[in-house]
Design a protein around this ligand. Sequence first.
Ligand code: TNX
Length: 440
Amino acid sequence: MHLIPRPCESAWGAGRVAVAEPVVRIDPTAGPAGSTHPERYTLLVEDSGVTILAASGVGVSHARRTLDQLRDADGTAPCGVVRDEPRYDWRGLSLDIARHFFGVEVLRAVIDLLARYKFNVLHLHLTDDQGWRIETPTRPEFAQVSGPTASGGDVGGYLTVADFEGIVAYAAERFIEVIPEIDVPGHVNAATHACGDLMPDGRPTPAYGGLEVGFSRLTYDLPATRPFLRDVFGDLAGVTPGQFLHIGGDEAHQLGTDEYVRLVEAACAEVTEAGKRVVCWQEGAQAPLPAGSVVQWWDPRIDPAPVLRAAADGARVVISPSDRIYLDMKYTTDYPDGQDWAALIEVRDSYEWEPLEVLEGLSPESIVGVEAAIWTENIATADALFAMLLPRLTAVAEVAWTAPAGRDWVDFRRRVAAEAGHWRAAGLAFHPSPQIDWVG
Ligand code: TNX
């Protein structure tokens, strides 16, 4: 279920009932007829009370979320039934805490939102040119030296192992997997700033607070490079219970293809050695990827041939079209925060698109899911961050949950309007898009 029940899947009575604690039953017949999806559920709202049927705990959680969205401020919900299952198994948000640092409190609020809209992946972009945001116990210098730096010369910070583990646990309680990213072999100025051995001249690079991308790089033939990859991906694996590590791989504009491919292969080898599966941005598909890898497609301007080849070889693909669901894109030209290189993106643009249509030649079975992204070069505060996420995050949720036949902009905008009360109560900033008739 997305925001509230789809009319086609639901049979609504006229009445409303006061919502009491639901009766919960684990029942394999839950969900749409014939569904075997592990996340399937049925929610019954009747005069006699509320009943949840689900195949497992995650389905129970989804049903409770749907009930939360159905329930009005007066505590009543409409009588009816919802039988639902997600369209995609990977419903994610990539959050850049490297350009600007957002700590535990903001991350928990983001996770609460992801849970409310039944996402199941939080991808944390932990390192970039501007900062290094994770304690790596075997190499403490990275967070010590490049933790304090950030975009615009702002104050940085980093997650200790305990912080990170706390976030992972908080997310897991809400059926969300954290996928941490250390971005290599480009976007590495925070690393080269902390460790001159990663540079051919042995000299640490200056801290960087600007907006440029693609200027930094690792060097394959330096003795420090492989140990760096081994140590940081090994440390990351050690604190990550989930099966995936993200190796980045985007925008390594200073590297020739051969060296780029060798570096991506080396990063993949270290991730595999550490017992994890690889996720990489689409450029990484130029390298041979280990079995079970996931490629994140983001840029329609880049030749898609390597992604299509990787998919034909068995890689799964996460769809993150920058012109639809890059939530750091401005809503309008005069919007104060964010960027506009991919598009101006209003909530309807994030809603009315179809994952099967964005990458021609990709077979539907290759698509594992949909992931929005929010980059924070010029998103400096929690309010700016949430106003970028809301309301567009709800549109992403519905695209990830619901096939086109079940999507309806008019119905969606009515349901989004009703969410504003929750955001206000939670103290979350949102963009009052003129496309929605906000209530209250
Ligand atoms: C592209 S998307 C990037 C990021 C920038 C973002 C700004 C991707 C894989 N790389 O490094 O922050 O554009 O919108």
